[in-house]
Write a protein that binds this ligand. Structure first.
Ligand SMILES: [Fe+2]
Length: 296
């Protein structure tokens, strides 16, 4: 009896010490991966995540998953695969509705999956979520741009205002995945939210940009994080299929590229949790060669 009591005491005091250390450190480390494209992207992520964990010691890992299943949308299996690999929360974008089974996932409020918040509110799912990381609360918001998209979505600027108004006192850290095409719209939202959120991270183009920066009022910003997908491809899709479309203007069916070399793009950010402002943003750009590992 005494032995089991001291065992529980040890665990409880260990947890308390960890929480205390986090509170004292006032720092949160986050890895955010750009669009994970199909099976090659999912497998590459699973392969690299433990190495990145050792290197960066993140408190939270978020990834955009709108291309998880066959390059368009999210199935239960593909979602569970990335969560099983160690991703804490999956964000999305314009392809969120491509697989019917995503509706069941979105309807379950306990499942860590977001759809853009500026779709009509009557649709299933949520566009933001509060995560409790130790003693800290992190609000993750998923928004979609309107430039060069066919959807008539609510204004992402005013939607961000609305969400921040509701949650501003309830979160220590605020991360925004802005899934958008135009760099002008992305930078504009970055400037609009500067000082009001901890980071605004662009996704959707699948091409990583080198403009990672801390904006004047303390928000970490990057126009696009890039993708986790086959390198020798057009945005993760088979080159010949995409090229045929550009040369003929005929409709095409998205086909995932197959190759041994996969690029894994993300960002590492550090946030001062006492102010909610960013301390650091840096690109993570890794190549995974499946022919070397025997995984092909
Ligand atoms: Fe997209």
């Amino acid at each position: 009896m005494l032995e089991s009591l001291s065992f529980f005491y040890e665990i409880a005091s260990g947890l308390l010490a960890e929480l205390f250390a986090m509170a004292l450190e006032f720092k949160m480390k986050i890895i955010f991966f750009g669009d994970i494209v199909g099976r090659p992207g999912r497998e590459a992520l699973a392969k690299i995540i433990s190495q990145l964990r050792k290197e960066f010691k993140p408190d939270l890992i978020v990834a955009n998953g709108e291309n998880l299943a066959h390059g368009k949308g999210i199935t239960k299996k593909s979602f569970e695969e990335v969560i099983g690999a160690g991703v804490d929360l999956v964000t999305s974008g314009d392809h969120i509705w491509a697989q019917k089974e995503v509706i069941g996932l979105l309807e379950d409020k306990d499942i860590p999956l977001l759809r853009p918040a500026n779709y009509p509110p009557s649709l299933p799912g949520n566009g933001y979520k509060i995560l409790e990381i130790g003693a800290r609360r992190v609000l993750v918001i998923n928004l979609m741009g309107r430039v060069f998209f066919n959807q008539n979505l609510d204004c992402p600027f005013r939607k961000a205002d609305e969400i921040l108004e509701e949650f501003k006192e309830k979160a220590d850290v605020v991360i925004v995945d802005f899934h958008a095409e135009a760099t002008s719209e992305k930078k504009a939202l970055g400037c609009y939210l500067d000082g009001r959120v901890s980071a605004i991270l662009g996704t959707h183009t699948h091409v990583p940009t080198s403009d990672g920066q801390i904006l004047p009022e303390g928000t970490a910003y990057i126009s696009d994080v890039g993708m986790v997908g086959v390198k020798n491809s057009i945005l993760g899709a088979k080159k010949e299929v995409a090229l045929h479309h550009f040369l003929t203007q005929m409709p095409f069916k998205y086909e995932i590229a197959e190759d041994n070399l996969v690029e894994a793009n993300g960002v590492f950010i550090e946030i001062d949790t006492s102010t909610g402002k960013a301390l650091k943003i840096e690109n993570i750009q890794r190549l995974i060669n499946y022919s070397d590992s025997g995984l092909s």
